[in-house]
Design a protein around this ligand. Structure first.
Ligand code: ATP
Ligand code: MG
Length: 329
């Protein structure tokens, strides 16, 4: 089966190096592999309180970042989730095929709801994986590039596909998570026991940070006891995180980096990591600034929504028919 690739990011905050490594770094290559659907998950961004002006600005930024990463509008459809109404329509159907017990086991829900007052946890935060499953199945996507934290949601989507297809026939396409070999979970630079996250920034490298700020953040990243640059996430979580970042930037594997940094002091190693990140992000930031200035993302988003809607509406019809919703045309 040909590759249908789908990936999205929520415009919940400033994009981080974790998001870059999971999705943006490979976007150009992803474009060359098959048909791509790249979206701004703005409906998902409403699952936690967010200021409307901030959400709008984050959405623009994200569109510009996708383009700066090398998204080719002729090969990919780039669109806002909210401008393809089939996502919300399918959600109304699919919420009946995932169960509350399953949803309450999702670690992301547990983590994010733990930070809220018990009487202010939105239903959307709980039901988030249902909408995410809809995002995926609407495009018959089979490859979903994500970071490790999203694997549990993709597994749930796979359960849904199985459940739905067992009941109605072969209606939905089975998706698969695709993880980077190195850099599946980039950790906070100030606390390597927690994931770098844009909605809860703590030791994050932001894609908009000036090179001098990036350097400062990496140079002051938490390291560990000892002095060897060795990959050992359990005993050396700080250094292991920096090794992952270096490998992801250079597209190399961990043993190669360990060999490269044999005999290095932590300070010199950190300098090399900072250089690698800046070397990668500086030209990317310049492209982003150009795109923001010329607003080329606007036309791309409109064209993307048209292409995505056409495909999503066809899938929606197929599903509506399968479950017994009367079709009058
Ligand atoms: P939020 O805090 O709003 O959940 P986030 O930084 O987790 O923000 P998402 O929009 O949830 O970002 O995820 C976008 C993509 O980035 C997903 O594929 C996710 O798995 C990936 N991702 C997020 N954080 C990291 C990280 N620290 N390391 C690797 N991948 C990540
Ligand atoms: Mg997240």
């Amino acid at each position: 089966m040909a590759e249908r690739i789908l990936t999205g990011i929520k415009p919940t905050g400033q994009l981080t190096l974790g998001n870059y490594i999971a999705v943006l770094k490979n976007l150009k290559k992803t474009n060359e592999r098959g048909e791509c659907f790249i979206f701004i998950a703005d409906l998902h961004a409403l699952t936690l309180p967010i200021d409307p002006a901030v959400l709008r600005q984050n959405s623009i930024d994200l569109a510009a970042f996708y383009l700066a990463a090398g998204l080719d509008p002729n090969k990919s459809a780039m669109f806002l989730q909210s401008s393809v109404s089939a996502h919300a329509e399918l959600n109304a159907i699919m919420q009946n095929y995932l169960y509350m017990g399953e949803l309450s086991r999702m670690t992301q829900f547990k983590d994010k709801s733990a930070k809220l007052k018990e009487n202010a946890i939105g239903l959307g935060l709980f039901a988030y994986p249902v909408l995410m499953a809809c995002d995926i199945v609407l495009y018959d996507a089979n490859i979903i590039p994500v970071g490790e934290d999203q694997v549990q949601h993709i597994e749930l989507t796979r359960d849904l596909v199985n459940r739905f297809n067992n009941r109605y026939g072969n209606i939905l396409t089975m998706p698969k998570a695709e993880l980077r070999k190195v850099g599946k979970r980039i950790m906070s630079l100030s606390d390597p026991s927690v994931k770098m996250s844009k909605s809860d920034p703590k030791g994050d490298v932001f894609l908009k940070d000036e090179p001098a700020v990036i350097r400062k953040k990496i140079m002051s990243a938490v390291t560990d006891m000892g002095c060897e640059v060795k990959y050992d996430p359990e005993n050396k979580p700080g250094i292991s995180n920096l090794i992952q970042i270096y490998c992801a930037m250079k597209d190399i594997e961990i043993p190669e980096a360990e060999k490269l940094f044999e005999g290095y002091r932590y300070g010199d190693f950190k300098k090399a990591v900072a250089d690698a990140v800046i070397e990668e992000l500086e030209p990317f930031q310049n492209r982003y600034k150009e795109i923001i200035a010329n607003k080329s993302y606007e036309a791309v988003l409109k064209q993307g929504a048209e292409k995505a809607s056409k495909i999503a509406n066809e899938t929606l019809k197929r599903i509506q028919k399968a479950v017994g919703l009367l079709q009058l045309d």
